[in-house]
Design a protein around this ligand. Structure first.
Ligand code: ADP
Ligand code: MG
Length: 249
């Protein structure tokens, strides 16, 4: 579905991702794990078009997306969240999700919020899509609250709704459970499982092993920018190279 071949990016002398080849299979949850600085977020930045690789190729459903700008990658159906939550705290939860939907049509902030005529009709369509995204993450009753007034965990759900509102086929989640408590992590894990059960392909970067072991169908391990292992959670947790990467740093 989403395939990468010899993917690499260098920042000055730092080869952050190197020679990564593989693919994301549709309809399952894939987890990307690896020590801090392994290149996981950079890998997401490459897949989602935020960074352009210095080597290699990315295809989505057979189409070469290696050099496409981010909004075109989003329009094709690849959406992502960021490690640090990026939502508009002054806007309502619903307005945030509407903005997610409008990324697809590339209308700006003010068009999305204040537009008239055709914009207003499209705005209603955006609002319906945005409400549906909020429902999928369990935020429909908070739709009209300022996003910044929500708990940290709910704000993470807003950022997922923003991505969902773009209508993705693949959702890339960068450490969705970072900074939330164990109880909230259980709730968020359930939500992610429901999204996947609904047919969405999910790729998840996460450090919380409990979450990975309950969610991941497939795990890919990065270390020093390279893929050192992949397989089922059982296979990967028994892999000597993985144990070495975590213990040896
Ligand atoms: P992870 O998410 O696995 O913790 P990152 O992908 O954030 O790791 O970082 C991998 C490496 O790439 C690090 O050495 C980091 O400093 C470097 N890196 C990431 N983004 C940039 C950038 N925009 N400019 C320079 N170096 C970067
Ligand atoms: Mg990271």
């Amino acid at each position: 579905m989403l395939a990468f071949d010899d993917l690499g990016i260098r920042f000055g002398g730092n080869q952050a991702v190197q020679g990564v080849t593989g693919s994301i299979k549709p309809g399952i949850i894939t987890a990307i794990i690896g020590p801090n600085g392994a290149g996981k977020s950079t890998f997401f930045n490459l897949l989602s078009g935020f960074y352009k690789p210095t080597s290699g190729k990315i295809t989505f459903e057979g189409q070469d997306i290696t050099r496409l700008p981010t909004h075109e990658v989003v329009a094709l159906g690849v959406a992502r969240t960021f490690q640090t939550t990026t939502i508009y705290k002054e806007l309502s939860v619903l307005e945030n999700a509407v903005l997610g939907h409008r990324v697809r049509t590339r209308s700006g902030l003010w068009d999305a919020l204040l537009g008239s005529g055709r914009e207003r009709r499209e705005g209603r369509a955006s609002e319906a899509a945005a409400m549906e995204a909020l429902r999928r993450v369990g935020l429909e009753t908070q739709a009209h609250l300022p996003a910044g007034s929500l708990t940290q965990e709910a704000q993470k759900r807003v950022s997922i709704a923003l991505a969902l509102a773009t209508g993705p086929k693949v959702l890339l989640l960068d450490e969705p459970a970072a900074g939330i408590n164990p109880e909230e992590t259980v709730g968020l894990t359930r939500t992610i499982r429901e999204l996947a059960a609904g047919g969405l392909t999910v790729v998840l970067i996460e450090h919380k092993m409990s979450m990975i072991m309950t969610l991941a169908d497939h795990i890919m391990v990065l270390h020093h920018g390279q893929k050192i292992a992949e397989g089922t959670p059982q296979q990967v947790s028994r892999d000597p190279a993985v144990v070495e990467a975590y213990l040896g740093g």
